[in-house]
Design a protein around this ligand. Structure first.
Ligand SMILES: [Zn+2]
Length: 323
């Protein structure tokens, strides 16, 4: 009998859980509930424990058919001690919260933690866009920009699992402030909100663009999807915004090429759904700006596992960890 593993993703808006078969990477019995992060970490952890119990119950599995739980969390963790150290997008930021042991005690199952984008990276490597290579990088572009690295056939962890924050590479050391406290990080230039802000600015400055019309001039409704829609209709301002965002990600990706020599760079996260109009300038930029390794061999591709990538990846991580 092959044991199944539970993947659970702690998001700012939703908690997601599912049962994952570690041999196929298939997820079943997906369950979702609202995080309601404002209620604080104790309430959120209780809700997470209950969601996992519901997921197990719906699957009809007994607990001895489950090898363990992996939890993906959006921020800085201490994997050795099983703590969250800083979850910047959750109220209270969860300093030194014993997430691993709390869920393990609640469910009676062995539990391990991993950063949410390292989870996506691991899932995409094993069963998604990153299959078949021993070295790859993943950028997850959404509300922020997360990252992860696989080097020489292993997910790269670094100190306490903190290695791989590709969105916090400085691409201009004098640049604008980033949510992490530093300045000039990639995230400040090319995250979903940064792309939307470029669209707002263009409309406010009176540029010739249909971006404003697409949201009935309610500029707070501009999203990266709006920009992509305008670009696909031939709007040059919108096309230039995607070019610019792709250029910035490409600069960071060029640094990664020089650092680790990846065979694949996987672009994940909500903003990656834009596809080619974002991927093309990333490819062009790395080809122009990397001289010291065979950059023509680096594939830049869209992620494949969609919204389940984190749940799948962290369950696979747990399967490796508890074996
Ligand atoms: Zn930063």
């Amino acid at each position: 009998m092959t044991l199944k593993y539970i993947g659970c993703d702690l998001g700012g808006t939703n908690l997601r859980a599912g049962i994952v078969d570690p041999q196929s990477g298939q997820v079943s019995h997906p369950h979702t509930t609202l995080t309601m992060a404002r209620e604080g970490h104790d309430a959120v952890m209780a809700r997470m424990g209950a969601l996992i119990e519901q997921t197990i119950e719906a699957s009809g599995l007994s607990k001895d058919e489950i090898g363990g739980i992996g939890i993906g969390a959006p921020g800085v963790l201490d994997l050795e001690r099983g703590l969250t150290l800083m979850l910047p997008n959750l109220p209270g930021t969860w300093p030194e919260i014993p997430l691993r042991d709390t869920i393990s005690e609640y469910t009676g199952l062995p539990t391990t933690l991993l950063n949410d984008v390292r989870s996506i990276t691991f899932g995409e490597w094993r069963f998604g866009a990153g299959q078949g290579v021993d070295t790859m990088a993943c950028f997850a572009v959404g509300t922020g920009i997360g990252g992860g690295l696989v080097i020489n056939g292993q997910l790269h962890l670094g100190i306490g699992g903190t290695g791989g924050e590709l969105g916090h590479q400085m691409i201009d050391f004098n640049g604008p402030p980033c949510g992490c406290g530093n300045r000039g990080c990639l995230e400040a230039y090319a995250s979903g909100p940064a792309i939307a802000a470029m669209g707002m600015k263009a409309v406010v400055q009176g540029c010739t663009t249909i971006i404003g019309e697409l949201v009935d001039f309610d500029l707070n409704k501009i999203t990266p999807k709006t920009i992509a829609q305008a670009a696909s209709q031939g709007d040059e301002v919108a096309q230039n915004i995607l070019e610019e965002a792709g250029f910035y990600i490409g600069i960071a990706a060029a640094n990664v090429c020089a650092s680790i020599g990846p065979r694949k760079i996987v672009i994940a996260g909500g903003v990656s759904k834009i596809g080619e109009p974002l991927l093309e300038p990333i490819r062009r930029t790395i080809r122009e700006r990397v001289r010291v390794m065979p950059v023509e061999q680096v594939e830049v591709i869209q992620a494949q596992l969609g919204d389940d990538a984190g749940v799948i990846g962290v369950a696979l991580w747990a399967a490796d960890y508890f074996n």
